[in-house]
Design a protein around this ligand. Structure first.
Ligand code: B12
Ligand code: SF4
Ligand code: SF4
Length: 381
């Protein structure tokens, strides 16, 4: 098996994976217990699929009877941050600057699975974020890295935590690697720097507060108290990784597929707020950003504009008050309340008179209450 294990690993490297390790497919009871506690506390928010998968997440072999080993791979994605051009720009987290990683990794995993089959495997099932598996716990067991307090897997090979994970479950009895060791020590920078306080304890992220969840997974209304804390992120968030000392010296720009596409890292917010269906599909083709859906991105753009508090965004937000989508109208109202000024106030009053949706009416009333209660920045212009 030693030779086969070595062959599998070298094949994975030939396919372009930066990291590869082998874990047994034995259950992960400790991690399963942590997942159960996390779910019981409701920290998954509206991600119902997490609950549905809870039964098998910590028992990989349940996914394929007879599976014995897991080939775990990592692909480094970080590129240097492009220079932002112009103003009124939002931010997209670095994992989504290039081609959708699911596509990139699946293509490679498919070939790795074919190699396993040609080496005698009866089972060779691959997953990338798509399966009911605890990717990080399995990667830790396979020696790829260790858990940071921000919950990310910090790798041991100079790629820090900017690494995607994937795996192939197989019935081949490959030689497992030793689990990785490593620790944050007394550092707690990520806990202190997370703008929404989502890292509620070391190794525990309450997804309901995480900007990544709020901008990507959550449909509908973003909780009012969290909107001001979201800065200008419109898709994901990199803060707890960017501040981590283990990410300072990471190798960047390894895979061309993840190179920042034009205007993706810092999207123009007004354009995003009013992006039409055709442009949305064309612009985000083969991009992970599509997961947020068009409505979600437009909503997020409104929140980001509210947080920028720049009066130049008022006309675009006023136009959004008449949008066909109540979620866009409501978040635009909130943003106008944050920016303030006579024009914003007048537009909110006019819209309130003609608005039929109760939730949007509530948003407009709250925005007007904010304006009545404090000095509006636009008045000072
Ligand atoms: C749901 C999910 C999310 C949710 C919840 C995140 C979370 N921390 O749980 C949201 C939407 C918020 C999210 C955000 C992000 N995600 Co995400 N996400 C997932 C997904 C689908 C499941 C994660 C999960 O099972 N969570 C449940 C909790 C209980 O598990 P956990 O956080 O891993 O917790 C473990 C540890 O904390 C540990 N633990 C708990 N207590 C203790 C105590 C000690 C002492 C120790 C040592 C360990 C420990 O045990 C737990 C179980 O193993 C995985 C893919 C997968 N199938 O695994 C991707 C995944 C974790 N996400 C990933 C990425 C890239 C991100 C983002 C960076 C994207 C972005 N830039 O916006 C952010 C990072 C935010 C953060 N700090 O976690 C990558 C992470 C790669 C890596 N190097 O770690 C994954 C693995 C996808 C992939 N295949 O590459 N994500
Ligand atoms: S991704 Fe952002 S919001 Fe989420 S835990 Fe990290 S710093 Fe906090
Ligand atoms: S910032 Fe510090 S505490 Fe957070 S993951 Fe990195 S080393 Fe650990």
């Amino acid at each position: 098996m030693g030779n086969l294990t070595a062959d599998v690993k070298s094949h994975a490297r030939e396919l372009g994976f930066d990291l590869v390790g082998i874990a047994s497919a034995e259950p992960l009871p400790e991690d399963g217990g942590r997942l159960d506690a996390w779910l019981a506390a409701g920290m998954h928010g509206t991600m119902d699929y997490m609950e549905r998968h809870a039964g098998t997440a910590a028992r990989p072999a349940d996914l394929a009877r007879g599976a014995r080993s897991i080939v775990v791979v990592g692909l480094a994605y970080r590129w240097d941050e492009p220079e932002p051009e112009g103003t009124l720009r939002g931010r997209v987290s670095s994992y989504a600057w290039g081609t959708d990683y699911h596509k990139v990794i699946e293509d490679k995993l498919e070939r790795l699975a074919a190699f396993l089959r040609s080496s005698g495997a009866g089972i060779a099932r691959y997953y990338v974020d798509t399966g009911p598996l605890l990717d990080r716990a399995i990667a830790h067991r396979a020696g790829l890295g260790w858990f940071g307090k921000n919950t990310l897997l910090i790798t041991k090979t100079g790629h820090g935590s900017y690494v995607f994970l994937g795996e192939v479950l197989t019935d081949l009895a490959l030689e497992p690697d030793a689990p990785a060791s490593g620790s944050c020590g007394r550092c707690r920078i990520c806990l202190d720097q997370c703008p929404t306080g989502a890292i509620v304890a070391p190794f525990v992220v309450d997804a309901r507060r995480c900007i990544s969840y709020l901008t990507i997974e959550l449909r509908g209304w973003i909780p009012l108290d969290l909107r001001p804390l979201m800065q200008t992120w419109v898709f994901g968030c990199d803060i707890c990784q960017d501040v981590c000392p283990h990410n300072v010296l990471v190798k960047k720009g390894i895979h061309e597929e993840f190179a920042p596409r034009r205007d993706v890292a810092y999207p123009e917010l007004i354009e995003l707020l009013h992006i039409d269906e055709a442009t949305y599909h064309q612009r985000f083709r083969h991009s992970a950003i599509k997961r947020a859906k068009r409505q979600g991105l437009r909503r997020n753009a409104a929140v980001a504009l509210g947080n920028l508090k720049d009066a130049r965004a008022v006309p675009a937000l006023v136009r959004a008050l008449a949008d066909g989508d109540p979620i866009v109208r409501g978040h635009a109202a909130w943003a106008l309340g944050q920016i303030g000024g006579r024009n914003a106030q007048a537009a909110l009053c006019t819209r309130l008179a003609g608005e039929n949706d109760n939730e949007v009416r509530d948003e407009i009333r709250q925005a007007l209450a904010v304006l009545d209660g404090g000095a509006a920045s636009g008045d000072r212009l």
